[in-house]
Design a protein around this ligand. Sequence first.
Ligand code: F6R
Length: 241
Amino acid sequence: MNLLTFRTEEDLNRAGAGLIASLLQTNPRAVLGLATGSTPIGIYEELVKLYQGGSVSFARARSYNLDEYVGLSGSHPASYRCFMNTHLFDQVDIDPANTHVPNGLAVDLEQECAYYDAMIEDEGIDLQLLGLGHNGHIGFNEPDDSLIAGTHAATLQHRTREANARFFDSIRDVPKQAITMGVAPIMKARQVMLVIRGESKAEIAKQALTGPITTKCPASLLQLHPNLVVLMDEAAGAWAK
Ligand code: F6R
């Protein structure tokens, strides 16, 4: 595990974007596993700048997002498809047909999850970007007695819905379920980049990265990943010094 802490948000964003850009420079057809939420926004902003400056192209890249809310269409402003279009896809030269976000409106959720897994299995993710939930979740793999390996429809914990209520008019509007990649596709990614920001995540970051490996803290499984890089700001990573 490579643990890096950064003095400023700008340094962290540049390092995260730099990792993705150098992958695309060496392998323009790279498959990116992408995340939403507050954590990756600054990294996407830096990537857009690199694209505008001509130092990176997404023209042949492909992407798979971690998750999507069940019941939201891609045009809903709080959907993860909409988030990705706004923060990255619409601002770079990626072919929209090569971007994948689970279909939250799928009539048959099981079939949608199997289809998503089959596509990922076929392509193989080169770099998976992850944020960390306050309860230790990755994607929407919530702490539990056991975890599900493949992509599945997950029931969101109240704390997760509370944390995400800021993107909706009220917590009542936050869907109760989401389709999420399971831990298997995440662990199979060739490289995982976990990004953690803010003091409120320091304790769970320490627990996930130095505590016991347990399904009660899904991110702790990342300790087993052979190629994990963790980017933290000083507030989240003070314990690592
Ligand atoms: C987002 C995702 C979630 C978030 C996590 C942290 O696609 O899968 O696991 O990464 O909830 O969210 P933020 O970054 O908003 O603190």
